[in-house]
Ligand binder design. Structure first.
Ligand code: SF4
Ligand code: SF4
Length: 111
């Protein structure tokens, strides 16, 4: 499978790191090596009662889009374990359509 991407809705990402752990478990990566890395931006105050605080997951070069799982009709390991359901792996064109539907999302082209 090619033309795969990762769409993250960082409005809802809790920064729980489950995606990182799921990726490490799925692929047998040691501690410190992962196909996805979660980062927190903030917190800082923008104006009274308005704060910058976002968690955002970023795929690394180790990410192979879980092509073996997708070929079996399964979800990617990170998507399967994301409790917030804010991370999706799939066809780039379909994800690009979803990207247009709301702000505060990020789309990565994986393969
Ligand atoms: S798609 Fe698979 S390889 Fe890529 S980050 Fe998610 S679990 Fe890791
Ligand atoms: S993308 Fe999902 S699993 Fe990963 S840190 Fe955000 S909420 Fe947790």
């Amino acid at each position: 499978m090619a033309n795969l991407g990762m769409l993250l809705d960082y409005e809802w990402c809790t920064g729980c790191h489950s995606c990182e752990i799921a990726c490490q478990m799925e692929h047998g990566f040691p501690v410190g090596k992962t196909g996805i890395s979660v980062h927190t931006i903030g917190p800082w105050e923008i104006e009274p009662d308005s704060w910058q605080l976002d968690n955002i997951a970023i795929p690394t070069k180790q990410c192979n889009a879980c092509v073996d799982r997708l070929a079996k009709g399964k979800l990617a390991a990170c998507e399967h374990h994301c409790q917030a359901k804010c991370l999706h792996i799939g066809d780039m064109d379909e994800l690009a359509d979803s990207l247009k539907e709301k702000p505060r999302q990020a789309l990565y082209h994986l393969t």
